[in-house]
Ligand binder design. Structure first.
Ligand SMILES: NC(=O)c1ccc[n+]([C@@H]2O[C@H](COP(=O)([O-])OP(=O)(O)OC[C@H]3O[C@@H](n4cnc5c(N)ncnc54)[C@H](OP(=O)(O)O)[C@@H]3O)[C@@H](O)[C@H]2O)c1
Length: 144
């Protein structure tokens, strides 16, 4: 008994069958590729959609008579993260915040946002690894 396709099938049937199989394989590959592309496109579309959703701007109601009303708060490194949250929290409680960081655009943006919400905050570009920057940071805060 043989299960060899070439030997048991007439040559013309064999050739037709090969064409059919070839066609099917091609179709499978195309369809398979299309579904992979479809899934990929969906994933990317999902990501693109996620990226267009902006985080809501923090809503802060400043209390000018809050726990830190009239107090001056100096914060090193408040252009993001814990420092930024601290600057916003102190300003919300009525403090006069002066903060630094190296990323000027972020620092200015945060100071503007706090001010727009009725708080008091100023940003100064300063690198805490520089003695001169730290001295200037404190001097300007005292002057203010
Ligand atoms: N987030 C947490 O859950 C967590 C938990 C435990 C410990 N910590 C630690 O707490 C610290 C702060 O974390 P974070 O999440 O708030 O980090 P972050 O978002 O990277 O904030 C770091 C802040 O420090 C500033 N900074 C870094 N180097 C500076 C430099 N040379 N001069 C002036 N400012 C500088 C950065 O501003 P510029 O880049 O603009 O200079 C930025 O405002 C890190 O040491 C972190 O490992 C964080």
């Amino acid at each position: 008994m043989t299960d060899n396709f070439e030997q048991t099938t007439p040559p013309e049937a064999n050739s037709a069958s090969r064409k059919l199989t070839k066609g099917l394989n091609r179709r499978r590959m195309i369809l398979g590729g299309a579904s992979v592309a479809g899934v990929t496109a969906t994933v990317f579309a999902g990501r693109a959609q996620a990226n267009t959703q902006k985080a809501p701007a923090p809503q802060t109601t400043v209390n000018p008579k809050g726990k830190f009303a009239g107090k001056v708060v100096l914060i090193t490194g408040a252009t993001s993260g814990i420092g930024e949250a601290t600057a916003r929290a102190f300003a919300k409680e009525g403090a006069i915040v002066h903060f630094c960081g190296r990323r000027e655009a972020l620092g200015e943006k945060i100071a503007q946002e706090i001010t727009a919400q009725g708080g008091r905050a100023s940003y100064q570009k300063a690198d805490v690894r520089s003695e001169q920057d730290v001295k200037s940071f404190i001097d300007i805060c005292v002057q203010k």
